[in-house]
Design a protein around this ligand. Sequence first.
Ligand code: ZN
Length: 156
Amino acid sequence: MEQTGLEQIYIPKARFVYWMVMLNRLKTRDRLKAISVIDDDLCPMCGEASESADHIFFRYPWSCQCLRILNSWLGTNISSLSSIKPSKWKVSKFEKKTITTSLCSLIYQIWNARNDSVWNFKLILPSVLMQSVKLEVKHQLYSLYPHCVKDVISLF
Ligand SMILES: [Zn+2]
């Protein structure tokens, strides 16, 4: 199995969702339809495509905007679930931790936003969601690596 990068993740509540996404085990509508739990797998956010993990996190325009902000923030070029391969990134160990933790936080917060849109019929702006991601990542990394964060403080 491809290395998931889980050993790089320091946000415990987000680790589980990230792991489920990497293994394609999240209860997305395409999977629920495949096991006959539901009949309709249409994405609850856009209503224009089948709801798969790749659609929610990397294809839906709203999440694409979140991902663009993340890529521009970190200087990365992540475009799909299959492009998440921490073992192949040619960056320092701490940068790898920063990217993986950020991606994990993004995926967790997108999943929360998706659930909020399903249950409460509201969707926050990508820029607002990304502010939460940045704060969470900064807080998490700073509490564990205060001396290292100084080197990438411009990111925050
Ligand atoms: Zn959609």
